[in-house]
Design a protein around this ligand. Sequence first.
Ligand SMILES: O=C(O)CCC(=O)C(=O)O
Ligand SMILES: [Fe+2]
Length: 348
Amino acid sequence: MAEVLPSTVQELVENGDELPQRYIWRDAGDYGPIDLSVPLTAEIPSIDVGRLVSAVDAAAELLNLRSALTSWGCFQVVNHGIDELFLDEVRQLGREFFHLPMSEKQKYARQGDGYEGYGNDLVLFDKQPLDWSDRLYLQVAPDDHQKLQYWPQNPQSFRKVLHDYSGKLRQIEEQLLKSIEKSLSIPEGSFLSKFGQGQMMYARFNYYPPCSKPDQVLALKPHADGSAITILLQDDRDVRGLQLLKDNHWFWVPIIPHALLVNIGDQLEILSNGICKSPVHRAVTNSERERSTVAMFCSPDPEKEIGPIQQLVDDEKRPRMFKQVKNFTETWFNYYQQGKRPIDAFRI
Ligand SMILES: O=C(O)CCC(=O)C(=O)O
Ligand SMILES: [Fe+2]
């Protein structure tokens, strides 16, 4: 059962408390120890949405997209049509919220064993190391699933800006899924039709306070996302935090201030029969600077069963790699807190 810890990371820092042992990352496991000196790579591909929809450039950009999906499983989306000032406003929402007095933030605190609302890392197991992060986690779609009691009314514009942002990201999500289908030479709607009426979006505002021991504490444990795709707005204040694993090596993900970083999630890896890669990533802490990011997780209707789509299964050349699965996100948190990859449970 989920237990709510008495204090957030932010409170620990503000109180000047000694670093609790529970935050020390011990289990280097398959992914190796924390390393703050990994290379910064310019190789993470950029995908230009304008080119994806242009008659002249689409073919070349679809090839870039295909290569991004099958290698990094991650790309920076540029020329996406969302106004830069609006993206700054979205980032600002999170920052302002996390800087409100604790009594104000606690009005939106996560309750009991629920996942939504304001809080720190979920505690599901006794020995689990804790993430150095506070977050505000909210379901934004379908609309009638929103739990508005957790949606801040301070900053005053919070609800409207989040609503508008999710509408814009929904359009980008659909455009990207169409392009992904095209890049894999499968009929339009092959993926999107599996998302169903109840396709979901969850927003997670992440807040990582400075940490005195960045070499021993992780901001987010290594994981691949449980979504189909995640759209991440990174902190643009020149504070690096996100690292991505490729071919067993960690790399820093560069900050491109007004790009949207897309990570393929496990559910698209399953739907594409393993062709699209869902990359393992982690967030590290910084001893001096805080960092905040906004992640939007886009997933199929949890009531719909998903599995590899028929067009991408070939008994001889590409046998089915995954079982059918329903409500993937539900099992995801359990695996995450045990340091395991949920997708492995569904491999054939
Ligand atoms: O904050 C980041 O840079 C990464 C966030 C992330 O991976 C997540 O929320 O799943
Ligand atoms: Fe993630």
